[in-house]
Design a protein around this ligand. Structure first.
Ligand code: FAD
Length: 487
C-alpha cells in the first residue's frame, strides 16, 4: 500500500527550499498538503488585518503552485491538533512534516502536538525553513544567548559558509491519496474543509484597495522582487537604504515573514551578484538576532527586556487625541505623517521612518511602545512578532543593544537629512507639496506669505504640530533621568 505523509504548511508558503517538503517526499509516496486556519491559537498575537490580507492571497498562490504540479492545498479550519487528527483518521497518513515557527505560543502548541501525535504512533518531523541559523545555534562562549548584535553577528558570520544551498521546487508532486477527494475536488470525508473565501481573511471595509498595486503575495511575487532588487537596487543598498523617497531596499519583509522565500535564497543571490552586499546580509542578521532574542526572552513581546523600564512613567491614561493623530498621520509633523500614511495605504513603512515614528510615539508623546507595536501589528503586511518587538524595544531604549533612551530622533532634522528634496513627504502629504524644501519638514516655521503662496493654512489644510518637539524632548529626558536616579 502507498505510504502517505501530511505536509502541514504554516509560515513556509513555498515549494522551493522547503526542507519539510523534501523530507516528506524522500520517505513517502503520497502527500497531503494542508493549511490549518486556527486564528485563536496565536493569541494574544493573532495576525492583524494587513497580515490576513496577505495570507489570503498567499494561500491562493500556494494552491496554484501545488495544482500546477498535480496536487492541491487542503484548507481546514479549527483547532490544529483536532484537524490533524481528523485528517489522519480519514486518510492513511502515518506522518506529519512541518517547518518550525519560533513564537512562544507556536513553540508550546507544536510541542504539545508532537507529543500527542507521537503517542498515537504518528511520525512527526519538524525542520528549519525560515532562518539561516536556529535561535539556539549561536551562543556566547559561556553558552548564553547574545544581547549585543555586533557580537552575535560576528559569531554567526563565521558560520555563513556552512549554510546549505537552497533546493529547487519539485517539478511534479504526487496526487492526493485515493479516497481523499470527491469528484468535485473537495474532501469526500467529514473534515472541516473550507473554501479560502470562507476563512474571512479579507477586510470587511475596502481599506486594502491600494495593497494589490504594491504587492504580489506568493512565491512567484517574492522571486520576482528578489530578481528586481538584485538586478537594479542591490549595488546601491548601503548608500540609499536610509532614504525613504528611493526604492532602495528589497521590500522582501512580508515575503520572508510568510516564508514565500527563504533567507538562504537571499544569501545565495547576494553571493552570486557582483558587488559588496555585506550591508544587506547584515540586515538579514538583524532578522536572525530578533528571533534569537524572542526565543531566549519570550516575555519581551509584552515586557521590556531591560527591567529598568518597568517603572517608566508612560502617559496613563493615553490621551486618545494624541494616539489617533499619530495613527492617522495628522500630527502636523510632516515626516511622521508621511510615514503613518504610507503604513495605512500600503501596509509597509520604510525602516528609517519606522524608527522615527516609533521614537516620536515613545519619547515625544510618551505613549508606551507596546501601544505602537500593536498598531504596527494590525497595519503592517510584514508584521512579525520577533522583528516588531525588537524594532520597538530598540527604539524605546528598553531592548537588547538598544538605542540609548536619550537618543531622541528629531523628525525635522531627520527629514532634512534623509529626505532633503522632500520627495517622500510630498508624495504622502500632497497638501504640503508646494512648500519650498526649506520649510517642508517644519511648516510651522514658514513665514505667512510662503504658507499662503504654497496653499497651506495651518490648522485647516494641514495640522499645527501636535506637540512642541523641543519641550517634549526635554520632558522625556527629565523622566529618564528620574528613572536612572531611582534605579
Ligand atoms: P531590507 O532593507 O531590504 O532588508 C532585508 C530583510 O532584512 C528585510 O526584509 C527584513 O526581513 C530584514 N530586516 C531588515 N531590517 C531589519 C531590522 N531592523 N530588524 C529585523 N529584520 C530586519 N520588520 C519586519 O519584518 N516586521 C515587523 O513587524 C517590523 N517591525 C518593525 C518595527 C519598528 C519600530 C522598526 C524600527 C523596525 C521594524 N521592522 C520590522 C524592521 C524593518 O523596518 C523591516 O524589516 C524593513 O523595513 C523591511 O523592508 P525591506 O524588506 O525592504 O528591508
Amino acid at each position: 500500500m502507498a505510504s502517505t505523509a501530511i505536509l502541514w504548511f504554516r509560515r513556509d508558503l513555498r515549494l522551493s527550499d522547503n526542507p519539510a517538503l523534501i523530507a516528506a517526499l524522500d520517505s513517502y509516496d503520497r502527500l497531503l498538503p494542508v493549511y490549518i486556519h486556527a486564528p485563536g491559537e496565536d493569541a494574544p498575537w493573532s495576525p492583524g488585518a494587513a497580515s490576513n490580507w496577505w495570507l489570503h492571497h498567499s494561500l491562493r498562490a500556494l494552491d496554484v503552485s501545488l495544482r500546477e504540479r498535480g496536487s492541491r492545498l487542503l484548507l481546514l479550519s479549527g483547532d490544529s491538533l483536532a484537524c490533524l487528527q481528523a485528517l489522519i483518521a480519514t486518510s492513511t497518513a502515518s506522518a506529519v512534516f512541518w517547518n518550525r515557527c519560533y513564537e512562544p505560543v507556536s513553540i508550546a502548541r507544536d510541542s504539545r502536538i508532537k507529543q500527542q501525535l507521537r503517542a498515537q504512533g504518528i511520525r512527526c518531523e519538524s525542520h528549519n525553513s525560515g532562518l539561516l541559523f536556529e535561535p539556539w545555534q549561536i551562543k556566547t562562549t559561556t553558552d548564553q544567548p547574545f544581547r549585543v548584535f555586533s557580537a552575535f553577528w560576528r559569531r554567526a558570520t563565521a558560520r555563513l559558509a556552512d549554510i546549505p544551498t537552497p533546493t529547487p521546487a519539485p517539478g511534479i508532486l504526487p496526487p492526493l491519496p485515493d479516497g481523499i477527494s470527491s469528484t468535485d475536488g473537495r474532501l469526500s470525508q467529514s473534515l472541516p474543509e473550507q473554501p479560502l473565501d470562507a476563512l474571512g481573511l479579507l477586510p470587511r471595509i475596502g481599506w486594502d484597495a491600494a495593497f494589490s498595486d504594491s504587492w504580489q503575495p506568493g512565491a512567484a511575487g517574492a522571486q520576482a522582487r528578489l530578481r528586481r532588487f538584485f538586478d537594479q537596487g542591490a549595488h546601491d543598498y548601503a548608500v540609499v537604504r536610509d532614504q525613504p523617497s528611493v526604492a532602495g531596499t528589497s521590500k522582501l519583509s512580508a515575503h520572508l515573514h510568510f516564508g514565500e522565500i527563504s533567507p538562504r535564497d537571499l544569501l545565495q543571490a547576494a553571493n552570486a551578484t557582483a558587488g559588496d552586499h555585506e550591508a544587506f546580509v547584515r540586515e538579514l542578521g538583524w532578522r536572525e538576532f530578533s528571533t534569537h532574542l524572542l526565543f531566549h526572552f519570550p516575555q519581551t513581546a509584552e515586557l521590556p527586556l531591560n527591567p529598568m523600564f518597568d517603572d517608566f512613567p508612560w502617559r496613563d491614561p493615553i490621551p486618545p487625541v494624541l494616539l489617533q493623530a499619530w495613527q492617522r498621520g495628522q500630527t502636523g509633523i510632516p515626516l511622521i505623517d508621511a510615514g503613518m500614511r504610507e503604513l495605512w495605504h500600503s501596509g509597509w513603512m520604510h525602516n528609517r521612518v519606522r524608527m522615527i515614528v516609533a521614537s516620536f510615539l515613545t519619547k515625544n508623546l510618551r505613549i508606551p511602545w507596546q501601544t505602537g507595536a500593536r498598531w504596527f501589528w494590525d497595519t503592517l503586511v510584514d508584521a512579525d512578532l520577533a522583528n516588531n518587538t525588537q524594532g520597538w524595544q530598540w527604539t524605546a531604549g528598553s531592548g537588547a543593544d538598544a538605542a540609548p533612551y536619550f537618543r531622541i530622533f528629531n523628525p525635522v532634522r531627520q527629514g532634512e537629512r534623509f529626505d532633503p528634496e522632500g520627495g517622500y513627504v510630498r508624495h504622502w502629504c500632497p497638501e504640503l507639496a508646494r512648500l519650498p524644501n526649506r520649510y517642508l519638514h517644519a511648516p510651522w516655521t514658514a513665514p505667512v506669505g510662503i504658507l499662503q503662496q504654497s496653499g497651506v493654512t495651518l490648522g485647516l489644510s494641514y495640522p499645527h504640530p501636535l506637540v512642541d518637539l523641543a519641550d517634549t524632548r526635554r520632558e522625556a529626558l527629565a523622566f529618564w533621568q528620574q528613572l536612572r536616579d531611582t534605579d
